[in-house]
Design a protein around this ligand. Structure first.
Ligand code: ADP
Length: 568
């Protein structure tokens, strides 16, 4: 059985009071009878000694004397002669038959000069006798019934029992009150502590100056500190989660038990979802990655390596947490894109160098020949034409590269969003390329209604159409080829098509057609003044206007480039 603090307090209070009162009562009870007898003895002693001087042989009527003394001392007075015969007695005694005191121990003692004492039952009453020697060897004996003492003791016991009951009752009542008073602040504090445990830290402290008040104020300040600390911890945790969530690097924390304790979204993107709680082997399924992590855990050494994981390249930084009792932190960085960019840059530089080398070498070679010695007019003209052609190619290359780098560097907000009347632009392009078209024996048709209006940059749209039509003429049917520029509105978009009826492009080339310097037939492209940048520029321009460009081609039947732009 569990007792409340209040019940315990009350019980201890009661036990204490009961023990004390019981001790007092028992002690009183134990000593009371003896004390009363001693008092009686002392009284009888003094009275006997006081009365003895009145007793002597010279005195006549000792019986009368005994009677008078009896009245004075309120006791049973007997006067004996030296042999123990009764000479006088305060009670009405037939002296002739009065018992002799000779054998009584008090008489013997008194005769010996001491104070004789004895207790005997006389007429059914316990009586205390005290005898002293008087003049002439007479003995004076006083007797008092002990019944009075017994009655006093009994009465006293009754009173003590009553006092005991009263004390217990009072103790109960006072104890109840005291425990109530003592338990109240404790109950208030228990309630406060329960509220704190439930996460409610708004505790109103007691203003009482006693110990409970101090405890209550300490509790309130503890709650306030706890709340502040919890707030700080929550803020810290949120900040950390936000940082981890926003990181491009994957962070994986594995505990000493080999189980994933933390994984941020980037880590889950790289390794798979729901990693937390999984064993390392289940979380990191790629053998190469796991081997690096396990090796670092085994050796306790921080390691930093780049690992090929399937089609991806992942840079791993693994740091064992020996100081924190084991486990490790792994930071993963997907290097695939960076590697691709680096390889693109390498390829780009190689391509640019390669493209520049041919015209530069040609210009150098022919100009040196011209400088070295005299050449006839015809040869000089041929050489100068070759130099001029290559210089133009160089110019076109540089211009194309500049256009691309401008387009890449231009922030999206600088893109022009204006009304672009596509039909007029297509007509203009057709006119510009008329001569070239005629040289190839072809024809360009425009099939765009005047109300087809796109939203974008008119100059860019013109360049897009020009590049596509120029390609269609260049790579289309040689002689009698037909290029069609069509345009229509489809919902909130404008779809432009540049189609030719040329030899078409084999499907394997189509995915890479819009890459810089990508050509289906490099020789033919160069021969026709191509740089390999035209379609790359088209793609950039279209995308900058929020559009999409696609190509469709059937070998032997022709190629169609489709540009989808926002409508005005
Ligand atoms: P280029 O300067 O070589 O024309 P482009 O980027 O404009 O560079 O074109 C890339 C390649 O795509 C060309 O070299 C050519 O092989 C191919 N191509 C482009 N348009 C057509 C077309 N209409 N028909 C067939 N091939 C084409």
């Amino acid at each position: 059985m569990t007792l409340t603090f209040r019940a315990k307090l009350l019980a201890s209070h009661l036990a204490l009071v009961t023990a004390i009162v019981l001790l007092v009562v028992l002690e009183l009870n134990r000593t009371l009878g003896g004390d009363l007898e001693r008092q009686l003895d002392e009284r009888l002693d003094q009275q006997a000694k006081g009365a003895a001087q009145w007793v002597g042989e010279g005195r006549r009527h000792p019986d009368k004397l005994a009677e008078r003394l009896g009245l004075v001392v309120h006791a049973h007075v007997t006067i004996f002669d030296r042999d123990g015969n009764v000479l006088g007695d305060s009670s009405v005694v037939d002296l002739a038959h009065a018992p002799s005191g000779a054998g009584a121990p008090e008489f013997v003692d008194a005769r010996a000069g001491a104070t004789g004492r004895a207790t005997r039952v006389v007429d059914g009453t316990a009586t205390r006798f005290v005898a002293v020697q008087a003049a002439d060897g007479l003995v004076l004996r006083l007797g008092a019934p002990l019944a009075d003492i017994d009655a006093t003791v009994v009465a006293m016991r009754h009173r003590l029992s009553f006092a005991f009951a009263l004390a217990i009752g009072a103790a109960l009542m006072l104890g109840w009150l005291a425990s109530r008073l003592a338990a109240r602040p404790l109950r208030a504090m228990t309630e406060s502590a329960t509220r704190i445990a439930q996460g409610d830290y708004a505790i109103v402290p007691s203003t009482s100056p006693d110990d409970f008040g101090v405890l209550s104020r300490t509790l309130a300040s503890l709650a306030a500190q706890l709340e502040a600390k919890l707030g700080e911890l929550t803020e810290e945790r949120d900040r950390l989660s936000a940082i981890l969530a926003g990181m491009a690097e994957g962070v994986l924390v594995v505990g000493a038990d080999d189980v994933v304790a933390l994984a941020n979204p980037a880590a889950e993107t790289m390794l798979g979802a729901a990693l937390v709680g999984k064993a390392l082997a289940g979380a990191v399924t790629d053998a190469a990655l796991r081997a690096v992590i396990e090796e670092a855990a085994r050796s306790g050494q921080t390691s930093e390596v780049e690992v090929e994981s399937g089609s991806r390249a992942i840079a791993l930084y693994v740091r064992p947490l020996a100081a924190q009792g084991g486990g490790l932190v792994t930071v993963l960085r997907d290097m695939t894109r960076l590697r691709k960019l680096l390889s693109l840059r390498r390829d780009f530089v190689a391509n640019v160098s390669h493209e520049l080398r041919t015209p530069v070498t040609a210009i150098q070679g022919y100009s040196e020949t011209l400088l070295r010695g005299p050449v006839d007019d015809g040869t000089r003209k041929d050489f100068l034409e070759i130099i001029h052609r290559h210089a133009r190619r160089l110019g076109a290359l540089v211009e194309g590269l500049l256009t691309l780098s401008d387009l890449e560097a231009r922030p999206p907000e600088q893109n022009v969003r204006e009304r672009v009347e596509v039909a007029a632009i297509a007509d203009h392009v057709r006119a510009t390329l008329r001569e070239r078209t005629a040289q190839r024996g072809g024809r360009v048709d425009v099939e765009i209604a005047a109300e087809v209006v796109a939203r974008g940059d008119a100059v860019a749209v013109e360049q897009v159409i020009e590049n596509l039509v120029d390609n269609a003429v260049k790579y289309g049917k040689n002689g009698g080829g037909r290029v069609r520029i069509a345009g229509r509105r489809r919902g909130d978009r404008v779809v432009l098509e540049v189609a030719d009826d040329g030899p078409g492009i084999a499907p394997e080339h189509l995915p890479r057609l819009f890459e810089r310097f990508y050509r289906v037939d490099a020789g033919r492209s160069r021969e026709r003044g191509g740089t390999g940048l035209g379609l790359a520029i088209v793609k950039h321009l279209v995308e900058a206007m929020g559009g999409v460009v696609e190509v469709e081609s059937v070998v032997g039947a022709g190629t169609t480039f489709r540009v989808d732009l926002p409508a005005w």
